[in-house]
Design a protein around this ligand. Structure first.
Ligand code: GLU
Length: 471
């Protein structure tokens, strides 16, 4: 058993099977690999495990790449197709033959079934033991054969896992697995090892549903005399109730979170914390995560999805986001969710108002709701509460305001003086005046501050909306 030199440059990979969308668990696995590599100046590679020709589709590959791209997980080089490497996999199977760590097995399916049936009848282990394991090549028939790995029959295989600890698998529980089928197609187990070796992968970070595979894969590494990667098998994600994650817990696909309008930075922060901890840090940037991420911080218990926490972190990331970056992410959200794009004029106003819009919005739909005063056009439709606040008295006040607003210098101080003055003149508190103003400007009684809205949309538009509402 050999390992990569401790100072070898880090290479990680994400190896999805393209049979559907990018699952939230897959997204987290990719993220952990990305963080680990990026924090160490290493490489993060992508391999599409498309050997199952029946279940793999180009649409699924495209969906996975879209999901990774949205999450901001850039990979090095071109994605590698596992299927395209099948000749190389077969070549390695033959090298194993030449090294004597694999053998040709001529047993037919019927013979194997009969072996199992007999073993079961005797009540012994039903693992197939090929009669060809130690056969003299001179006795080989001219018939189709599979290549089987000559797995050690006794002793144990130890996976030194960075998350699970020392995992011991008794070799007698593993059979001589087939590495190359009789139709010359490689098995999945062989393909993964050959690819990881050829790609120079030093760290395999993946779901713990692959832990048993690691034992078999380690045998292949040993059979080829290749360096074994560092293993880190991470617990799967569970639902808020602690049960295995399923559709009834809510969204499972990464792209669904994009469509719900969560910011990618918040999603990365949340997924990083899902099963990994750095002291009690909750809110952090990806730059911090890259510096901090390590395998020691990965927990052994399955992490539970917590939508409240996700929303909370997303709100913090929106609030902390740079205005221009938020605007472009908002535009991407609109496109991804099939909504009309912002016009240039709206984008300009959005940027102007972003500092107040981004405050206390947990998702882009919430931010858009706050930005309603920017995206609406006259005449502004109003909800019931807004309509109600525009009673005759309020309309009268709005009307009386327009001459003063026409002469205002359009600074916050000036506007404040005018509006508080008007409230005092009419013997009402500012709060009473704010409701009809919000109704006039945004068509809602809940909106960003009246001053923010007036300053963003400007003098002419403000007066026009007030006149509309007063009419
Ligand atoms: N293709 C496997 C999966 O999607 C991952 C295999 C691996 O990471 O080694 O579960």
């Amino acid at each position: 058993m050999t390992a990569h030199p401790a100072d070898a440059p880090v290479v990680t990979r994400f190896a999805p099977s393209p049979t559907g969308y990018l699952h939230i668990g897959g997204g987290r696995t990719a993220l952990f690999n990305w963080l680990y590599a990026r924090g160490r100046g290493g490489k993060f590679l992508l391999r599409i495990e498309d050997t199952d020709r029946e279940r793999s589709t180009p649409e699924a590959t495209a969906a996975i790449l879209r999901g990774l791209t949205w999450l901001g997980l850039d990979w090095d080089g071109e994605p590698i197709s596992q299927f395209a490497r099948r000749d190389r996999h077969a070549e390695v199977a033959h090298q194993m033959l030449a090294r004597g760590t694999a053998y040709k097995c001529f047993s037919t399916k019927e013979e194997i079934d009969a072996f199992r049936a007999e073993a079961e009848a005797r009540g012994t282990y039903a693992l197939f033991q090929s009669p060809w394991r130690d056969a003299d090549p001179a006795t080989h028939p001219d018939a189709p054969f599979a290549i089987r790995m000559k797995a050690p029959r006794d002793g144990e295989t130890v996976i030194d896992d960075q998350v699970q600890g020392r995992v011991v698998i008794k070799n007698e529980t593993l059979d001589d697995m087939i590495v190359l089928r009789s139709d010359a197609t490689p098995t999945y187990m062989l393909a993964v090892v050959v690819d990881d070796h050829d790609m120079g992968v030093t760290h395999v970070i993946r779901g713990d549903d692959h832990l048993v595979n690691a034992a078999r894969q380690q045998m292949i590494y040993d059979a080829m005399g290749w360096a074994i990667p560092v293993w880190a098998h991470i617990p799967l994600i569970h639902g808020p109730d602690g049960k295995k994650l399923s559709k009834r817990h809510g969204a499972l696909g990464v792209e669904e979170y994009q469509a719900m309008g969560y910011p990618a930075a918040g999603m990365r922060n949340y997924l990083t914390r899902l099963g990994w901890a750095h002291g009690d840090a909750e809110f952090f940037t990806s730059e911090q995560a890259k510096q901090w991420f390590d395998l020691k911080g990965i927990g052994r218990a399955p992490a539970r999805l917590d939508f409240k926490k996700l929303e909370n972190l997303c709100g913090q990331h929106i609030a902390a986001g740079a205005d221009a970056a938020l605007l472009s992410e908002l535009q991407a959200y609109l496109a991804a969710s099939g909504q009309p794009a912002l016009t240039n004029a709206q984008s300009a106003l959005m940027l102007k108002g972003m500092s107040s819009l981004k405050d206390r919005a947990k998702t882009f739909p919430e931010l858009l709701e706050k930005a309603r005063y920017i995206t609406v056009s006259r005449p502004i439709s109003r909800d019931e509460a807004a309509e109600k606040s525009l009673d005759p008295v309020s309309r009268g006040i709005l009307k009386s305001l327009t001459p003063q607003l026409r002469n205002a210098s359009w600074t916050k101080d000036d506007l404040e003086a005018i509006l508080t003055g008007a409230a005092a003149e009419n013997g009402i508190g500012f709060g009473k005046l704010a409701a009809p103003l919000r109704a006039a400007l945004a068509g809602r009684t809940v909106s960003p501050s009246v001053y923010d809205m007036m300053l963003v949309i400007g003098q002419d538009e403000t007066i026009a909306r007030l006149e509309d509402a007063a009419a």
